[in-house]
Design a protein around this ligand. Structure first.
Ligand code: IMP
Length: 208
């Protein structure tokens, strides 16, 4: 019998989990689990200065826990992502989930971004989302990938789909924000879709 690769997606963010499951559901020889399949564990501190560092840090941290609960052959994938606004010197960046303060609402975060952009009217509104992922198995880093989507901060929040900063991120080829399109449309062009499709290709290329 062919043994399928077993992979735990180590994210506590249900929106990310939904998107990742949707991408990896596309016909890859893999059995997908999540953190709800292992005993609860505290989140690690995200001390990295880049998305890649944080993705690796999270993957190694959760992989130790997954190995204890499910054995060393189960792979763990973690991702780190966020929004980079050029006129704000790259903020909120790796601090996207904590921007303004950890428990701030997205309305407060949007207001802070617009307040700071208003002080820099001549600067471009260009921005991008980045997603870095890392896969750890048996204590080793097995695969890494990064995906991105280029766009601009819109003049006002629009749409109710998606999550996080999607309402203020305008994607010019759509002429709409990422919160004004379906999950499937977003995943086709956005950072997480690109990074996890690369993971899907890698999984498909692994010997059974
Ligand atoms: P992380 O859990 O440290 O990776 O934080 C990622 C944060 O970046 C999220 O909580 C959102 O605020 C933001 N972010 C990442 N990806 C997206 C996206 O696809 N849409 C909107 N916001 C996102």
């Amino acid at each position: 019998m062919i043994e399928r690769i077993r992979l735990v997606i180590a994210t506590t963010n249900p929106n990310k989990l939904r998107e990742i499951r949707e991408v990896l559901a596309e016909d890859h020889p893999v059995e997908l689990g999540s953190l709800s399949d292992v005993p609860p564990i505290a989140e690690p501190e995200e001390t990295g200065e880049t998305f890649e560092e944080n993705a690796r840090l999270k993957a190694f941290y959760y992989a130790r826990h997954v190995a204890q609960a499910r054995g060393p052959r189960v792979l763990t994938v973690a991702e780190d992502s966020g929004l980079i606004v050029d006129a704000l010197g790259g903020e909120p960046g790796v601090r996207s989930a904590r921007f303004v303060r950890p428990e701030a609402t997205y309305a407060e975060r949007f207001a802070e971004i617009y307040r700071r952009l208003a002080a820099r009217p001549a600067e471009p509104r260009t921005a991008r989302f980045i997603c870095a992922l890392a896969v750890v198995g048996d204590g080793a880093l097995l695969f890494e990938a990064t995906g991105r989507i280029e766009g601009e901060i819109s003049d006002a929040p629009r749409g109710n789909a998606g999550f996080g900063y999607d309402p203020i991120f305008n994607y010019p080829p759509f002429g709409r924000s990422l919160a004004e399109v379906t999950d499937a449309e977003k995943l086709r062009v956005a950072h997480r879709g690109h990074a996890f499709r690369k993971l899907g290709e890698w999984l498909s290329s692994q010997p059974a």
